[in-house]
Design a protein around this ligand. Structure first.
Ligand SMILES: *[C@@H]1O[C@H](CO)[C@@H](O)[C@H](O)[C@H]1NC(C)=O
Ligand SMILES: *[C@@H]1O[C@H](CO)[C@@H](O)[C@H](O)[C@H]1NC(C)=O
Ligand SMILES: *[C@@H]1O[C@H](CO)[C@@H](O)[C@H](O)[C@H]1NC(C)=O
Ligand SMILES: *[C@@H]1O[C@H](CO)[C@@H](O)[C@H](O)[C@H]1NC(C)=O
Ligand SMILES: *[C@@H]1O[C@H](CO)[C@@H](O)[C@H](O)[C@H]1NC(C)=O
Ligand SMILES: *[C@@H]1O[C@H](CO)[C@@H](O)[C@H](O)[C@H]1NC(C)=O
Ligand SMILES: *[C@@H]1O[C@H](CO)[C@@H](O)[C@H](O)[C@H]1NC(C)=O
Ligand SMILES: *[C@@H]1O[C@H](CO)[C@@H](O)[C@H](O)[C@H]1NC(C)=O
Ligand SMILES: *[C@@H]1O[C@H](CO)[C@@H](O)[C@H](O)[C@H]1NC(C)=O
Ligand SMILES: *[C@@H]1O[C@H](CO)[C@@H](O)[C@H](O)[C@H]1NC(C)=O
Ligand SMILES: *[C@@H]1O[C@H](CO)[C@@H](O)[C@H](O)[C@H]1NC(C)=O
Ligand SMILES: *[C@@H]1O[C@H](CO)[C@@H](O)[C@H](O)[C@H]1NC(C)=O
Length: 496
């Protein structure tokens, strides 16, 4: 009998409680709302002060197994504006915070550093301002920190890099200044470090070589100086590396060939010296390599021919010399090959024709000679063939009329000769044809505008004969037509 009485008492007190009092975590959540002028409807309707706990039905809230404490707050993309209140740190059992993709403004509350169980913090894509609180370095359980695309300023606190098991840091696209914290080498578990699109200055310290778990480093679009540390060679799990658009100098490291997991390497828009290390040929997973405008010299390593997954190779605007290595023909996945604006010489190797996926071939402004290998005119995927400003010779073969994807044919300032196949343009995708300053002769092909996309046609400074094809007059897309200095006869059609 006494037993039942106790039970009944417990039941009564529980229900009285339910009617009268929201628990502490629930009250804390409601106090966050007081900082917001507009409360999103879903939150307004479900965060109900007469509930006893936020655990059963409040949107964005998850609790522990006993439905006692809030362990996760996910209000990603709810359209919340205004401030994040310091009360958030009173949710003592929080392990996950995802407030990404809202319009939070004002500072990140330093009290957040008290959420000692926090493992996952995502405040990305908001408008938080001010500095990153030093106190976040106290979040000893944190493995994921994402603060990207806010308006955060000032330095990156060193304390962040002392968090013992941090694996992911996204701080890109803010206004962060100062240097990369000098204790960067302390992060033994860090896998992903994205700091791009800030105003970071100073050098990349050699101690980064101690971050042996690193897989992704994005340091591009900052103001980093000095040379790339040789210790980068120790990062054997490195897959994504981008230091483009800084003011780096010195030689490119990665000379060990210790790079089996490398996928994407971007060095572009820096001021390096020396040549491209042949060891990159050992990075068998490499799919994209870019070193545009890097002041590099020397040859293109023939070892690049071992990279069978390489789809993008950008080496434009350097001082590269020598011949195009025929081995590049083995890079069967290549889609986009750009080696324009260098000092390459010799012929275009016929092996390039083996690149059956190729869409863009940029070799302009070099010193290439000889004829275009016949096989190149058979690469059906070709869209951009930019070979202008070289010393190329020969004629355009009938095969050119079969390149239905071709959009941009720019061959100006070479020594091409002969008559252009008259079928050029039929069912084509041609947008731009520039053959200026060659030795072409014969009639102007009548069907160049057949694809109804032609915008620019430049045939000046050649030996074209005959009259202007009337069909060009129906070319409504054409905005630029240059035919000067040829041997054209007849009248200028009325439509001009
Ligand atoms: C809040 O909860 C109480 C008690 O469960 C309920 O009577 C009331 O309708 C709820 N209010 C809203 C706005 O849902
Ligand atoms: C938060 O919710 C969004 C949308 O439901 C989801 O995409 C995201 O993965 C969630 N965040 C976490 C940390 O689970
Ligand atoms: C929480 O953090 C703030 C600032 O970081 C600190 O001043 C305060 O004492 C902390 N509160 C508790 C309860 O630990
Ligand atoms: C972010 O906040 C700053 C200052 O509070 C303001 O000037 C700016 O317009 C805001 N940006 C966006 C995208 O809301
Ligand atoms: C962390 O970095 C500091 C200096 O920045 C250094 O004194 C300390 O030894 C480092 N700790 C570890 C574990 O590497
Ligand atoms: C890695 O850290 C150790 C000490 O923890 C230090 O002696 C060594 O110089 C560091 N390596 C690099 C490349 O900085
Ligand atoms: C590339 O790998 C081969 C075989 O794995 C090795 O013999 C060679 O030394 C490596 N070359 C470079 C430059 O790392
Ligand atoms: C590159 O370095 C050269 C010589 O050191 C210097 O003259 C030039 O201004 C630098 N360019 C850039 C963009 O840093
Ligand atoms: C092109 O090559 C020819 C013959 O090798 C050489 O005379 C000329 O200087 C080179 N021109 C340029 C711009 O490199
Ligand atoms: C073409 O070759 C001649 C010599 O054969 C050379 O003087 C000229 O610089 C070359 N043109 C280009 C664009 O390299
Ligand atoms: C085609 O190439 C020329 C260079 O000859 C470039 O200026 C133009 O933007 C390109 N047009 C298209 C449509 O790609
Ligand atoms: C052009 O395309 C049309 C329709 O797809 C087709 O009938 C015609 O045979 C094609 N002409 C040539 C020359 O390929």
């Amino acid at each position: 009998m006494a037993y039942f009485a106790v039970l009944q008492f417990l039941w009564l007190s529980a229900s009285i409680c339910a009617i009268s009092a929201l628990n502490s975590d629930g009250r804390t959540l409601l106090s966050l709302l007081r900082h917001w002028t507009l409360i999103p409807p879903l939150i307004k309707s479900s965060w109900n002060a007469s509930h006893s706990t936020p655990c059963s039905s409040w949107v964005g809230v998850q609790c522990d197994r006993n439905n006692q404490f809030v362990v996760s707050l996910n209000l990603s993309g709810y359209g919340i504006s205004d401030h994040l209140g310091p009360e958030i740190s009173h949710l003592n059992y929080l392990r996950t915070i995802d407030l990404s993709m809202n319009r939070f403004s004002g500072p990140i509350p330093s009290e957040l550093g008290n959420s000692s169980l926090l493992e996952y913090l995502d405040l990305s894509v908001n408008n938080f301002t001010g500095q990153i609180p030093e106190s976040l370095g106290n979040l000893n359980s944190l493995s994921y920190m994402s603060l990207y695309r806010n308006s955060l300023t000032d330095i990156i606190p060193e304390s962040l890099f002392t968090i013992p098991h941090l694996q992911t840091i996204y701080l890109h696209n803010n206004g962060l200044t100062g240097t990369i914290p000098s204790n960067v080498g302390n992060m033994s578990d860090i896998k992903i470090l994205w700091l791009y699109g800030n105003q970071l200055s100073g050098t990349i310290l050699p101690s980064i070589g101690n971050c042996t778990s690193l897989q992704e480093i994005y340091l591009n679009e900052n103001q980093l100086v000095g040379s790339l540390p040789e210790s980068l060679d120790y990062l054997e799990h490195l897959a994504y590396f981008d230091v483009s658009s800084n003011m780096l100098e010195g030689s490119i490291p990665f000379v060990s060939g210790n790079c089996k997991e490398m996928n994407t390497m971007v060095f572009s828009f820096n001021n390096f010296t020396g040549s491209i290390p042949p060891a990159f040929g050992n990075c068998s997973s490499l799919t994209a390599f870019a070193a545009v405008s890097c002041a590099l010299s020397g040859p293109i390593p023939s070892s690049f021919g071992q990279l069978s997954w390489l789809t993008i190779l950008y080496l434009s605007v350097n001082h590269l010399s020598g011949k195009i290595p025929p081995e590049l023909g083995n890079c069967k996945s290549l889609v986009d090959l750009r080696i324009d604006e260098n000092q390459l010489e010799g012929e275009i190797p016929s092996e390039i024709a083996m690149l059956s996926q190729l869409q863009s071939l940029f070799l302009f402004t070099n010193n290439l000679t000889g004829e275009i290998p016949l096989g190149i005119w058979k690469i059906q995927s070709l869209q951009y063939l930019l070979l202008y400003k070289n010393n190329l010779t020969g004629e355009l073969p009938i095969e050119i009329t079969e390149l239905k994807q071709l959009r941009n044919l720019s061959l100006f300032e070479n020594h091409f000769t002969g008559v252009i196949p008259q079928g050029l343009g039929i069912n084509s995708s041609l947008v731009q044809v520039d053959l200026t300053d060659n030795l072409f002769t014969g009639p102007i092909p009548p069907n160049l505008c057949f694809g109804n996309q032609l915008r620019t046609l430049n045939l000046g400074l050649n030996d074209f004969l005959g009259s202007i094809p009337p069909s060009l007059g129906n070319c409504s897309t054409l905005t630029r037509l240059i035919l000067k200095k040829n041997h054209l006869t007849g009248v200028i059609p009325i439509f001009f």
